[in-house]
Design a protein around this ligand. Structure first.
Ligand code: SF4
Ligand code: SF4
Length: 151
């Protein structure tokens, strides 16, 4: 009988609604209000790639060893280099990185012996087309320019 009255008077539904409305106050909202509020990014997050340069000289840190390209399971990094006849060292000429195929596993970053290639914490790199997703050396050295989204 008790169960019958609970069903007829929607007691369980009303109890559920009471809980729902109790948490409607803005102080209880825990959904991230992106893009109004910037999300907290995990320290080890791997986002947009950057090719680091020496902050004093502006010269690339990359020694064109090609290890990042060899480590990449997607084969999306292409390193171009030429040998300097005077120093007998390889010098970087071109560097391309296809962000549309990258799974941000970080293997390339780990393989780099001089910390030249870095996956930054910038995550706003989604686009509406595949155009421009192959980043060249200049784009990689300048670093990502995230779109500032607003609501
Ligand atoms: S993060 Fe992974 S998939 Fe992307 S370029 Fe590096 S090794 Fe390749
Ligand atoms: S980014 Fe690092 S691993 Fe890749 S070619 Fe340059 S020095 Fe070598």
């Amino acid at each position: 009988m008790r169960k019958f009255f609970r069903t007829v008077f929607l007691v369980d539904l009303l109890k559920g609604l009471r809980v729902t409305f109790r948490y409607q106050h803005p102080k209880h909202i825990c959904t991230e209000q992106y893009p109004a509020q910037r999300p907290r990014i995990g320290e080890r997050y791997r986002g947009a790639p950057r090719l680091n340069t020496n902050p004093e000289t502006g010269e690339t840190l990359c020694i064109a060893c090609n290890l990042c390209a060899l480590a990449c399971p997607e084969n999306l990094i292409v390193v171009g280099s030429e040998r300097n006849e005077q120093t007998r060292r390889k010098e970087l000429t071109t560097f391309t990185y296809d962000t549309s195929r990258c799974m941000f596993c970080g293997l390339c970053e780990d393989a780099c012996p001089v910390d030249a290639l870095e996956l930054t914490q910038d995550f706003e790199i989604a686009t509406y087309s595949r155009e421009g997703q192959i980043w060249d050396r200049q784009m990689l050295e300048e670093g990502p320019k995230p779109t500032p989204y607003e609501c």
